[in-house]
Design a protein around this ligand. Structure first.
Ligand code: NAD
Ligand code: 89Y
Length: 343
């Protein structure tokens, strides 16, 4: 069977995981890589044995010969690169955060639609094994109809050594990490139409906020709290685990530390471990995120082959990104923001 050929643009810190994920899919081959930094190009090219190497995205597309592009650069270049892919009619994956602004993100969806190409945002946290396990419990109906939930990510992990740009942006935790938690809230509870948020900066050495507490009103009446922090010094560091609490009409669910899932329903209480796999190329504590990269990339290939929209398409992710924008707006104005005004 002919292989699906891909190109990777951006060979930085996180792209290495994406390259491993592609290597694990038998019918995919990354045939070209691009990074404007020659050193990153050399490191990733040598590690994964990719001969075609480019320092410019324009040159990569001009030579072509691939069926999709995986954009793994930081947010500032996302719109230009997705528009470039659209102009060459090449299906595109774009890393989160979608874009610098909601207007850019909307323009990227229009560009992809206009070119007739699929666009998927690499929103991988909903693909984490523990989060999928929570969703399966909800789908089974064990706890009845959910009416309240909490998605919580609180850590003191040093993310700045691997990703120094995170310390410099005016926006930090909501745009970088909270975006995943907000997407998990949508995945579990459906779209939301109201957002109230408060933020704080505790670490004096960074430019953006490192704490955020968000209250969401979902369309189906569920209320959720999404709280994120990189300023929480806990006795045991849980990075990068997301904790989930859900109360439903007939029971409750708790996803706690070390991937312990407790489900209480009319039939009693069950406890199970829903830990991610430690893939051969993965390393703790990142293995939870790394496995979700492999899973979302597999999903992309399946949907590409079936000509179906991926779950976290650009269109879908506008809803998640609008929550990010709404959170910043709400925190700045000190008032509740209606999502209808943004979308
Ligand atoms: P990085 O700075 O380490 O890597 C980005 C690379 O892209 C750099 O090597 C840079 O030279 C290159 N680059 C930038 N613009 C380019 C352009 N126009 N053409 C060619 N090369 C270009 O950043 P990172 O930490 O790897 O993050 C990349 C993206 O991945 C970010 O958007 C980040 O939010 C995201 N990320 C996602 C997850 C996740 O779980 N989904 C985790 C970490 C990071
Ligand atoms: O960039 C972030 C992400 O997407 O997942 C964790 C992270 O690497 C640091 O917050």
């Amino acid at each position: 069977m002919a292989k699906i050929k891909g190109a990777l643009i951006g060979c930085g810190f996180f792209a290495v995981n994406q390259m491993h994920g592609w290597q694990d899919i038998a019918n995919v081959e990354i045939v070209a890589i691009c990074d404007r930094d020659p050193e990153r190009l050399r490191i990733v090219g040598d590690q994964f044995g990719v001969a075609r190497r480019y320092q410019s995205a324009e040159a990569t597309f001009a030579d072509g010969g691939f069926d999709f592009v995986d954009i793994a650069t930081t947010v500032g270049s996302h719109r230009a690169l997705v528009e470039l892919a659209a102009s060459h009619k090449v299906p595109a994956i774009c890393q989160k955060p979608f874009a610098p602004t909601l207007e850019d993100a909307k323009a990227m969806v229009v560009a992809a639609d206009g070119a007739g190409i699929p666009l998927m945002i690499h929103e991988n946290f909903r693909w984490q094994t523990p989060i999928l396990a929570v969703k399966a419990v909800l789908d089974r109906g064990t706890i009845g109809t959910p009416f309240w939930g909490r998605i919580s990510f609180r850590s003191g992990f040093d993310v700045f050594s691997g990703q120094p740009y995170l310390a410099k942006g005016k926006r930090f935790i909501i745009e970088d990490l909270g975006i995943h938690s907000l997407d998990i809230a949508r995945f579990l509870f459906g779209d939301a139409h109201r957002m109230t948020a408060r933020t704080a900066r505790i670490n004096p050495d960074i430019a953006g906020e490192d704490v955020a507490t968000m209250l969401l009103g979902h369309d189906n009446g569920i209320t959720s709290i999404v709280d994120v922090s990189y300023a929480s010094k806990l006795p045991e560091e849980p990075f990068p685990q997301t904790f989930v609490e859900i109360d439903g009409s007939t029971g409750t669910l708790r996803l706690g530390k070390d991937y312990k899932l407790t489900v209480h329903g009319p039939e009693g209480t069950t406890e199970s471990l829903v830990a991610p796999k430690l893939l051969p190329w993965a390393s703790r504590p990142w293995h939870n995120i790394q496995e979700s990269v492999a899973l979302i990339q597999k999903h992309w290939v399946e949907r590409l082959a079936a000509r179906q929209e991926p779950d976290t398409s650009g269109r879908d992710n506008l809803q998640t990104f609008a929550l990010v924008e709404a959170a910043y707006l709400s925190a700045r104005r000190g008032e509740t923001v209606s999502l209808v005004d943004l979308l």
